[in-house]
Design a binder for this molecule. Structure first.
Ligand code: F6P
Length: 363
């Protein structure tokens, strides 16, 4: 291996730059050149394919450890339209040409399970005789990638969102309000649950389990009586039963998007308990900002191990921190494990129940 392409697939998250730095430093240490492939996988499908030279001054700099976003940028809607408009064969032949054109003989990509699988499928289809080695690094603020404990970005998003919850409490206290804070996470409640615990929320609502409207009102009312304010952390995918509102809505361009749960719940509490309630949607704030130290270390570790794996001849693997060490899982293995989801025994959920800050049903 003399030259690898590196890309950040899917949405961004804190610590991608720390990961790019580790890849760059480990590769150059092994005399491997690194080519940046901007705008994720779709950038490779363009004619000519997108590429940038990874300058040492930027990519090896310690500043990369703390800079949010990704120096390689992410994909946008029109990029995905391009993917959708091409047949598998067209994509494969464009990718073969791009890889030849760029003289790349290995790819490392950060991504969620869907985008890692897409890349691996494309690469295998592009050159079936000798597909170029591919190593994936799991990243997702939603923390829902199968077989992972923590993916890049999750812990940082929890840090950012929990600071927001603590800030909201200041104003909720002053104005004797109920404030409902909506966290991202797509269909998974990890980000909300961890944020609610770290930020000191009075109650947490996640999509994995239903909750009873009356119990919620009772809980909020009790908290309010005691503190003259209440802060609720709610997942973007959580819905108020019987509200008739889906957590999904359709945007002008026909895309299905999540959101609105905090607004519905704040209105419901306000009308039912006659309390002054507000809602806050944290949105992409959770995806930006500097990574925390945990993610800086995780990103550096997984980035360096991805290069090690590619140097040792591995292919179609995901580097994964399993709580005690870094393992290489085959992407097929990752595809075949059950989806990751919060179950009744999830330790942080059990803790939230014990502390009286979870008022949903656990079945
Ligand atoms: O998957 C990460 C995530 O931030 C989700 O938590 C959220 O639902 C979604 O992406 C937002 O996507 P977009 O940036 O396309 O609006």
């Amino acid at each position: 291996i003399s030259r690898i392409g590196v890309l950040c697939s899917g949405g961004d998250c804190p610590s991608l730059n720390a990961c790019l730095r580790a890849i760059y430093k480990s590769a150059t240490q092994n005399e491997i050149e690194v080519i940046g492939l901007p705008r994720g996988f779709p950038g490779l499908l363009l004619d000519p394919p997108l590429q940038i030279t990874c300058e040492k001054d930027t990519f090896a700099s310690p500043m990369m450890l703390t800079k949010g976003g990704s120096k390689l940028g992410g994909s946008v809607g029109s990029d995905y339209k391009l993917i959708d408009s091409l047949s598998l064969d067209e994509k494969a032949s464009r990718i073969s040409a791009a890889l030849q054109n760029l003289s790349i003989d290995g790819i490392i990509a950060t991504g969620g399970d869907t985008s890692m699988n897409l890349i691996s499928q494309m690469l295998q289809h592009a050159d079936q005789d000798s597909p170029i080695p591919f190593i994936g690094i799991p990243k997702s603020i939603d923390n829902d990638i199968p077989a992972t404990i923590y993916s890049l970005g999750f812990q940082s998003a929890v840090t950012t969102a929990s600071q927001a919850i603590a800030a909201v409490r200041d104003t909720a206290e002053s104005h004797r309000r109920v404030i409902v804070v909506e966290c991202m996470g797509r269909d998974a409640g990890y980000l909300t649950l961890h944020t609610g615990i770290a930020g000191g929320a009075d109650t947490i609502l996640i999509p994995e389990f239903s909750f009873d409207n009356e119990k919620l009102l009772q809980h909020v009312s009790n908290v309010y009586k005691e503190n003259q304010c209440a802060v609720i952390a709610v997942s973007e995918a959580a819905t108020l039963p019987d509200s008739g509102k889906s957590a999904y809505y359709t945007t002008a361009d026909g895309k299905s998007r999540l959101g609105g749960s905090a607004e519905v719940i704040a209105r419901y509490i306000s009308e039912s308990l006659e309390l002054d309630a507000r809602h806050v949607v944290l949105g992409h704030v959770q995806r930006g900002g500097p990574p925390n130290a945990f993610d800086q270390v995780l990103a550096s570790t997984l980035g360096a191990h991805a290069v090690k794996a590619i140097c040792e001849g591995y292919d179609q693997k995901m580097v994964n921190w399993n709580g005690t060490g870094v393992e290489l899982l085959s992407l097929e293995q990752v595809r075949n494990v059950p989806p990751k989801s919060i179950g009744p025994d999830y330790p942080e959920l059990v803790a939230a129940v014990q502390m009286g800050i979870y008022c949903g049903e656990i079945t």
